[in-house]
Design a protein around this ligand. Structure first.
Ligand SMILES: [Cu+2]
Length: 153
């Protein structure tokens, strides 16, 4: 299904950077994950701002820590929490932020090859259509629970 455009937040003010990685026009902030056991699925959250002048697309994400990574969107339908895969990449227009955060878009780590222990760090590579591949370290944090009941991610 097509991504719903509410995740796009106009970045009209300069925000202070937290654990930012230089990635050309892509400003990547607060890459984090939750504790999970080997063999299960993990989750990744990150904020990606396109500071460039042209639109870009987040095509895919990969990590040596899992068999594959999918982009998902959490939503509630008829009172039931569900997740849908984002097909065809996630467009990030110039000057906007794609926010992967609890109860919204998230990165789903399918088939963890290693446990994700609290405090550990692991690399994830974000592949953009124009900005190319960008590898950032995700930190395993306790984080806040998903604000919506029944929603795990
Ligand atoms: Cu998911």
């Amino acid at each position: 299904m097509r991504p719903f455009p509410t995740f796009l937040l106009a970045a009209t003010v300069a925000l202070p950077l937290v654990a930012a990685a230089p990635a050309g026009p892509m400003q990547i902030e607060h890459p984090w994950s939750r504790p999970a056991v080997q063999g299960s699925n993990g989750v990744g959250y990150v904020s990606v701002t396109n500071t460039g002048k042209t639109s870009d697309v987040l095509l895919s994400v990969s990590t040596p820590a899992a068999q594959r990574v999918e982009m998902h969107r959490s939503m509630v339908m008829n009172g039931v929490a569900m997740m849908h895969p984002v097909e065809g990449g996630l467009p990030i227009p110039a000057g906007t932020t794609a926010a992967f955060a609890p109860s919204g878009y998230h990165l789903m780590l399918i088939g963890l090859k290693q446990p994700l222990a609290l405090g550990a760090r692991f690399p994830m590579t974000l592949k953009f259509q124009k900005a190319g591949a960008v590898t950032v370290q995700f930190q395993v944090e306790a984080g806040a629970a998903a604000p919506m009941a029944g929603m795990r991610h």
